[in-house]
Design a protein around this ligand. Structure first.
Ligand code: GLU
Length: 516
């Protein structure tokens, strides 16, 4: 508990300074910051417990638990495409976020329904298990309506030429990470110490707070996220039902489908490929037939940036799997005379972001005012290159000890470089998506952004498996894999910086106009 209190105090200092530094941003950013912070609190809080809940409460075997975890975390990245599309066409982003938040409150609350712990040799009660899958399905569909759309509303707080945009998204990203940090800390602690339902219940309460903040804070959004075509929602295209009613029926049907599909990792993998192909083709097709040449080029630039993310997350997400295992098995984790558990290092990334986010937000603004801010593709290149450097530094640290355990400083350093890389790419990318997209496509483009993250996460699993393969004499291959991916990322990052003028040209920032 003392450890938790210390971490809370440190996190609060970071959060407080971020909130203070945000005061030059639009007021609506505070609403979105807190709403998304609580949503991520619930998401990461529940996620921190999920695998343990499966293996210790339901007594699932580890492979089954990992499979389900993989299917769940992939599906939450697929549904934002649908949520984004519906928001663009009918709902508007604000209403879509409210729908998502309500579904999430329901889902997280249902998670607290745990039934009796399963005894060894017995199977979980089908009814309890089905309620659990229903909770997962509600969360997956809820994230689909909320995650991309709330980011799209952030973009609408800024004029296209506003130099505060990247900084604003960087602050928003601090909110995301504050939520993930405190969520995993508290829901994880409550769930593991006092009982699962308390941890999941806390996640539910967090999400309810997020919903309240968002609804109460509506006036501060100044009309951002309202539908483009007010009449569209009330048209009655089928069976005398309005579009809005049909959307609600669609939500029930999709939840039912996800409730079933989440149990099968292979089908989820196929669903990811299919959705990726369909989304890229649909975006290209729509922009070619309906947009003027500059707007179309911007969408192509957005698609290029979206694609870079697949490589980024595939390597970055080694954190939770292979890098976590490496830290556990090959690193000297002694700090102040005590061996620190490997899982504690998982909170480093969020903690770094809470403190470094405001520094980066200030840096972009400082450079922008002097005409020195790197372009978006240059920032992406810097992000990917730092990711590669992180791996190469770890490999160097590991091989320079002459066979002894790797000094823990290299774990701090790799996460530091990966975090600074993330700050150059992820919030900047969210910002770029809202800028490059037309107002009528922003939800879809944001959905595609998260879909690529999902593909990256999926690929991360494959890379992690490659690190587990041993050589002919049983020797670990992990450092060889890290060397390869490190160089790959460094080369791609530098390559991106070299070709950045070409991508920048496609962005046509000179002819970018505001549209509501
Ligand atoms: N950690 C960030 C979040 O939860 C990143 C998501 C992503 O794009 O992969 O929003």
């Amino acid at each position: 508990m003392t450890f938790i209190l210390i971490l809370t105090a440190v996190g609060m200092v970071g959060l407080g300074s971020a909130l203070f530094m945000m005061r030059t941003q639009p007021r609506g950013l505070y609403v979105l910051f807190f709403a998304e912070m609580w949503e991520r609190f619930s998401y990461y809080g529940m996620r921190a417990l999920l695998v343990f809940y499966l293996t210790k409460h339901f007594l699932f075997d580890q492979t089954v638990a990992y499979g389900l975890y993989g299917a769940y975390t992939t599906l939450v990245f697929i549904t934002p495409v649908i949520g984004g599309l519906l928001a663009d066409r009918y709902l508007g982003q604000r209403k879509a976020v409210v729908i998502g938040a309500v579904l999430l409150v329901l889902g997280h609350s249902l998670m607290a329904f745990e039934g009796e712990p399963v005894s060894p040799g017995a199977s979980p009660e089908p009814m309890v298990l089905n309620i659990f899958y229903l909770a997962l399905a509600l969360i997956i569909v809820g994230v689909g309506f909320l995650k991309g759309n709330i980011s799209a509303i952030v973009g609408q707080l800024y004029a296209k030429s506003d130099v505060r945009r990247d900084s604003g998204f960087t602050f928003f990203y601090v909110g995301i990470n504050a939520g993930s940090f405190f969520g995993a800390l508290y829901a994880g602690y409550l769930g593991e110490t006092f009982g699962w339902k308390y941890g999941f219940g806390l996640a539910g309460i967090g999400m309810l707070l997020g919903l309240i903040v968002f609804v109460v804070g509506k006036p501060w959004l100044n009309g951002a996220g309202e539908p483009k075509d007010l009449g569209a929602l009330h048209r009655r295209p089928m069976f005398g039902l309005s579009v809005e009613q049909l959307i609600y029926l669609g939500i029930i049907a999709t939840t039912g489908l996800v409730w079933w599909v989440v149990r099968d990792q292979e089908t989820v993998g196929w669903l990811l490929y299919l959705t990726m192909a369909a989304t890229y083709l649909y975006i290209l097709y729509t922009s070619i037939i309906s947009l003027e040449p500059h707007a179309r080029d911007r969408i192509i630039a957005a698609l290029l940036l979206i694609t870079v993310q697949i490589l980024f997350w595939a390597l970055f997400e080694q954190a939770g799997s292979s890098l976590n295992v490496y830290t556990d098995e090959q690193v000297d984790r002694t700090l102040f005379g005590q061996a620190v558990p490997a899982s504690v290092f998982q909170s480093l990334n969020a903690m770094y972001i809470i403190f470094l986010g405001p520094v980066f937000a200030g840096l972009w603004l400082f450079l922008a005012k002097r005409g020195l801010e790197p372009s978006t593709p240059q920032k992406f290149g810097l992000g990917v290159a730092q990711l590669g450097l992180g791996f190469l530094l770890l490999v160097w640290g590991a091989t320079s000890t002459g066979g002894a355990l790797t000094p823990v400083v290299f774990v701090f350093l790799i996460y530091l470089l990966h975090t600074t890389g993330e700050l150059c790419l992820s919030p900047v990318g969210l910002s770029a998506m809202t800028k490059l997209s037309t107002a009528r496509m922003v939800g879809l483009i944001m959905g595609a952004w998260f879909l690529a993250s999902g593909a990256g996460n999926f690929a991360a699993g494959v890379i992690a498996q490659a690190t587990a393969v041993t050589g002919a004499n049983g020797e670990s291959q992990i450092l060889a894999v890290y060397t390869n991916v490190g160089w790959l990322a460094l080369i791609v990052g530098v390559g991106l910086i070299v070709i950045s003028p070409l991508i920048s040209r496609l962005m046509h920032l000179d002819t970018l106009k505001d549209e509501r």
